[in-house]
Design a protein around this ligand. Structure first.
Ligand code: F6R
Length: 249
């Protein structure tokens, strides 16, 4: 794993945006795996900025998102489809027919997960998979557990994830308790993985992910086994790594 430490959130997003911009430039029809949540918002803003300046063309870019809340239609302001439209897709020249997320409203969620897994496979290998990380070490919505789920599946959100995501809803009772998420196996199939994390609250989690044991109790630790992972962290998120290791890049 390569660790790139940025001085703050803005610099972290700017650096990561350069990597995504290079991919889109070199491979105009690249397949990008995308994430939602607070962390990638600045990266998406930076990509929108590059598009506005005429630097990037998204017309052939294809995207697959990590996850979607069960029960929320794309028109719901807290659905991940809505998030992606509002934070990226509506601002660039991407063809929305080339943007894929699991359907949170599918009556048979299990069947929808199987369909989504096949869909991703049909699109080909993900060129870059973007990830954030939960406080508990989740990636996508692969929550801590006894094993690493391989494929896209329906999952119960951990109570700590529900509490963390309540900030986006009017009350905690409105936070969906289930989600459809790519599995760990799905994520690991990507050619390259880019994980962004900022803020002191995630410093211990980031340290454990990179230097702790590989365990399903901290799902992101499995990334130690992927051959091409780049972690972008701000100074705060990297603070525990800095304290306990000689990493100073
Ligand atoms: C989002 C996702 C989650 C988030 C994680 C961190 O699609 O799959 O794993 O990346 O919960 O969320 P934030 O960035 O809001 O701290």
């Amino acid at each position: 794993m390569q660790l790139i430490i940025a001085k703050d959130y803005g610099e972290m997003c700017a650096k990561a945006a350069r990597l995504f911009a290079a991919e889109i430039t070199l491979k105009p029809d690249c397949l990008l795996g995308l994430a939602t949540g607070s962390t990638p918002v600045g990266l998406y803003d930076a990509l929108i900025g590059k598009f506005a300046e005429g630097e990037l063309d998204f017309s052939q870019v294809r995207t697959v998102n990590l996850d979607e809340y069960a029960g929320l239609p794309g028109s719901h302001p807290q659905s991940y489809r809505y998030f992606m439209d509002h934070h990226l897709f509506d601002w660039v020249n991407i063809d929305k027919r080339n943007t894929y997320l699991p359907d949170g409203t599918a009556v048979d969620s299990e069947a929808e997960c199987a369909r989504y897994e096949r869909q991703i496979e049909a699109l080909g290998q993900v060129d870059i998979q973007l990830l954030g990380i939960g406080l508990n070490g989740h990636i996508g919505f692969n929550e801590p557990g006894d094993s690493f789920p391989a494929a896209t599946h329906v999952t119960d959100l951990a109570p700590s994830t529900i509490r963390a995501n309540a900030r986006f809803f009017r009350s905690i009772d409105e936070v969906p308790t289930r989600a459809l998420t790519m599995g760990i196996g799905t994520i690991l199939k990507a050619k390259k993985i880019v994980l962004l994390t900022n803020g002191a609250a995630k410093a211990e989690t980031l340290y454990q992910m990179m230097y702790g044991p590989v365990t399903p109790q901290l799902p992101a630790s499995i990334l130690q086994f992927h051959p091409d992972v780049v972690v972008f962290a701000d100074e705060e998120a990297a603070s525990v790594i800095r304290e306990r290791t000689s990493a100073d890049r």
